[in-house]
Design a protein around this ligand. Sequence first.
Ligand SMILES: CC(C)(COP(=O)(O)OP(=O)(O)OC[C@H]1O[C@@H](n2cnc3c(N)ncnc32)[C@H](O)[C@@H]1OP(=O)(O)O)[C@@H](O)C(=O)NCCC(=O)NCCS
Length: 180
Amino acid sequence: MYPPNHTLSTPKGTVTIRPGVTGDAVQLSELRQEALRDNPTVYGSSYDFLENCTPEWALKVLSEDPQENCIFLAECDHELLGMTVIRRTHGHKVRHQANLFGVFVRPDWRGLGIVDGIFAACFEWARMREIVILKLGVVTTNPAAVKAYQRLGFNIFGTEPKGILSAGVYYDEYLMAKEM
Ligand SMILES: CC(C)(COP(=O)(O)OP(=O)(O)OC[C@H]1O[C@@H](n2cnc3c(N)ncnc32)[C@H](O)[C@@H]1OP(=O)(O)O)[C@@H](O)C(=O)NCCC(=O)NCCS
């Protein structure tokens, strides 16, 4: 049960937002590697250790139970340009929640509202599963992301001290939530 594919009109072309399928594994791992390599301070996973960015990782994520997880991709002319993973929280009393992570839009596609399109698909996916709280973490030094999440209805409900350690520097993370 997935939301229908959406399209976004941008000055660079029509972007399709859709759930990933196993055939996306190689391109998805390349996209994820670019994300981790070029933005080392914003993700918990590490490019240096090829953590959560190999084709095997991509295939695993793309093969997970669609009731519990989904990876939404933005694509133009068969090129992947953005992604976000949404994952329902495990456990009977917390199944009404989901976490979003791995949010990434390629640099030459930024500022066009691609993240809004990807998140709209996540919101629809969540509503179809009666998920009422969405959560994410974002380093406090990432104002573009914080601003985008606030625009999309997320509020900061706390700060995790030293959530990320990258190249010997600690980064605090805002914890953000959106009530559906
Ligand atoms: C955060 C991110 C997902 C936002 O995606 P997006 O689709 O560009 O989102 P928006 O179109 O709303 O643009 C967000 C902001 O980017 C900035 N922006 C605009 N054009 C840009 C460009 N060409 N390049 C970089 N940033 C740009 C603007 O500040 C914009 O906010 P504003 O126009 O409301 O002032 C994207 O910047 C990204 O992937 N960043 C690197 C990875 C990252 O930080 N991920 C989040 C981890 S929590």
